[in-house]
Design a protein. Structure first.
Length: 435
């Protein structure tokens, strides 16, 4: 691709977009939504080609599900766009203001970052989410999706550009470009495009994120792979805990906010673990430590003839196996989780902080002191009490869409909405003051 030309076009698009009013940006986004909505058959056909190729190449089922589009997912994309359209435009928002002792008026206001690049894997809905958030916050965006979703992304970007053209003077078609490369040369170009790209955002697995962070010469907003934990405290409602565990692990195991490790307090392990094994019913392979293994094995043997295991279980007799050291701190993205026993909240916090990716963590407890200690001491972007980690999502947080889940501690952390794509500048008004 003509990388230099693309960057120049995006810079021009960013400069034009930064001058658009909120009403103009919203009209353009409405036109894009209409374009996507009227092109469903084209989008589904393009996505079907991606899915067929992914399955032929042996992609695991959970990742194929993330790649797939259907009518419901397209409806979800459009719903997310409408939420963003209805949000207040952050550009120009005054975040602080004061009068200096010499009489100068100082204001801090939000402005766009400029040209944003996002390098992401699989999920084609990210194409629209990223564009929508970037456009609403006044930024041009370069999209670099995975080769597995190339047909879907090409079709979506075509719809977006058609919508922006249809919006007339309210649309800025030059504010979005897609890298259609299936190699990695363009990734290196993006990461070293100092002065051409203002920030790059990686969204995907651990390998992708590490590649971006280690090789980028432009600023990076680091998102994280999701090694998320669920700690079942000795003061937990155990029935609540198994329901939360089922949702956090099984509802969408390929998502970054799915639980990968379940910690259980030793005092209630003999009560909770059989309940967990029965709830998972052979659908999840549990890789357990020396304390949890015999309890889970005994429960699995007792339930091995149940209809639940026979009819709905994927793993059957292999649903409980010994854990290996590498299982802790590993993102399975599958119907697999590690199980580990701890003696206290202190031990749970220490274990999580040693093995997590700073994404999302949960404690199930009825002890308020334990809950507050956990939320205060666990180092993660999102820390839950008595609810599933699956809620770490821009849509669930009311942002409509998200650029990803930031796990860093600078600028943005957690689900990133439109404000995460802005910075600030100071506007100073004087009356001839000199220093």
């Amino acid at each position: 691709m003509d990388f230099e030309g693309i960057c120049a076009d995006l810079r021009a698009g960013a400069e034009k977009l930064s001058q658009q009013t909120a009403a103009q940006k919203n009209r353009a986004l409405e036109a894009v939504a209409a374009s996507i909505g009227s092109s469903r058959n084209i989008l589904l056909a393009a996505n079907a080609r991606d899915v067929e190729r992914a399955e032929a190449n042996g992609m695991q089922a959970a990742l194929v599900e993330r790649l797939s589009l259907d009518e419901k997912k397209i409806d979800g994309i459009l719903d997310s766009m409408r939420v963003v359209i209805n949000q207040e435009d952050p550009v120009g928002e005054e975040t602080a203001g004061w009068t200096a002792p010499n009489g100068m008026q100082i204001r801090q206001v939000r402005v766009p970052l400029g040209v944003v690049a996002i390098i992401y894997e699989s999920r084609p809905n990210v194409t629209v989410d990223a564009f929508c958030l970037a456009y609403k916050s006044g930024n041009a965006i370069l999209l670099r999706g995975s080769s597995s979703a190339l047909e879907s992304n090409k079709a979506l970007v075509k719809c977006i550009k058609e919508g922006l053209h249809a919006a007339g003077s309210s649309g800025v078609p030059g504010a979005i470009e897609l890298s259609e490369s299936t190699g990695h040369e363009d990734v290196q170009q993006i990461l070293t495009a100092v002065g051409k790209i203002d920030v790059v955002i990686p969204r995907g697995g651990k390998k992708l994120i590490q590649t971006v962070v280690q090789n980028a010469r432009v600023p990076v907003i680091e998102t994280g792979s999701g090694v998320c934990h669920l700690y079942v405290d000795d003061a937990a409602d155990l029935q609540m805990a198994v329901v939360i565990a089922e949702n956090a692990k099984i509802q969408r195991p390929g998502a970054c906010n799915a639980v990968e490790c379940i910690l259980v307090n030793k005092r209630i392990a003999s009560d909770f673990l059989p309940m967990l094994e029965k709830k998972f019913a052979g659908r999840v392979q549990m890789r357990a430590d020396e304390i949890c293994l015999p309890v889970l094995k005994a429960a699995a043997e007792k339930d091995s003839a149940s209809a639940a295991v026979q009819d709905g279980g994927k793993y059957g007799q292999d649903c409980v196996v010994p854990a290996e050291t590498g299982d802790y701190g590993y993102e399975f993205l599958d119907y697999i989780c590690s199980v580990h026993a701890v003696g206290s909240v202190d031990e749970a916090v220490a274990f999580i902080n040693a093995h997590n990716t700073k994404h999302s963590e949960c404690i199930v407890t009825n002890d308020r002191a334990h809950a507050r200690q956990f939320q205060t001491q666990v180092d993660a972007a999102c820390v839950y009490v008595n609810s599933s980690t699956r809620f770490t999502d821009g849509g669930e947080f009311g942002f409509g869409a998200e650029l990803g889940i930031s796990t860093q501690k600078l600028h943005a952390r957690g689900p990133m909405g439109i404000k995460a794509l802005t910075t600030t500048k100071y506007l100073i008004d004087g009356e001839g003051q000199i220093r």
